[in-house]
Design a protein around this ligand. Structure first.
Ligand code: ATP
Ligand code: MG
Length: 139
């Protein structure tokens, strides 16, 4: 089912480096409407649940550590073709391979500390949005 919604997090590196405002500005200027927004933090347990799909990967323990290392901003975003357009806006997972002008190209430090998360499918966007937000927190 196509929802025209995606889910994002501004990751601990970008929050710590003072990029919340600039990244939200990029997102809204690209035509995404903010449906839900929250400044929060993931415990190690919650970060492990969120990235459970990667639990067999060598980088999983480091990823969980990193994602629970400080506050994050979680958001649900809406736009036509939201999943694909947001993946284009953020750029490749590895910021050295991200196109010029993408959020990861501008703000990410490494393949792990890569500034933002973006859902990879409508189904996962729905699961991930519901991980953070109740129906009363979506507008
Ligand atoms: P995200 O799901 O956070 O939007 P992505 O979809 O671009 O990122 P995934 O393959 O889903 O990339 O990996 C999830 C996250 O795990 C990456 O964003 C990055 O923080 C981390 N990661 C991925 N590959 C590596 C790696 N080779 N070494 C270290 N960390 C990695
Ligand atoms: Mg992913």
């Amino acid at each position: 089912m196509k929802t025209n919604r995606t889910f994002t997090m501004i990751k601990p590196d970008a929050v710590a480096n003072g990029h919340i405002g600039a990244i939200l500005d990029h997102i809204t200027k690209a035509g995404f409407k903010i449906v839900a927004l929250k400044y929060t933090a993931l415990s190690a347990q919650k970060a492990g649940e969120f990235y459970a799909v990667h639990s067999e990967r060598g980088f999983y323990a480091d990823l969980v550590n990193f994602m629970s290392s400080g506050p994050i901003v979680a958001a649900i975003l809406e736009k036509d073709n939201a999943i694909a357009d947001f993946r284009t806006l953020i750029g490749a997972t590895d910021p050295t391979k991200a196109d010029a002008g993408t959020i990861r190209n501008l703000f990410a430090k490494s393949i792990e500390a890569n500034a933002v998360h973006g859902s990879d499918s409508d189904e996962n966007a729905d699961i991930e949005g519901s991980f953070f937000f109740s129906a009363f927190e979506r507008f």
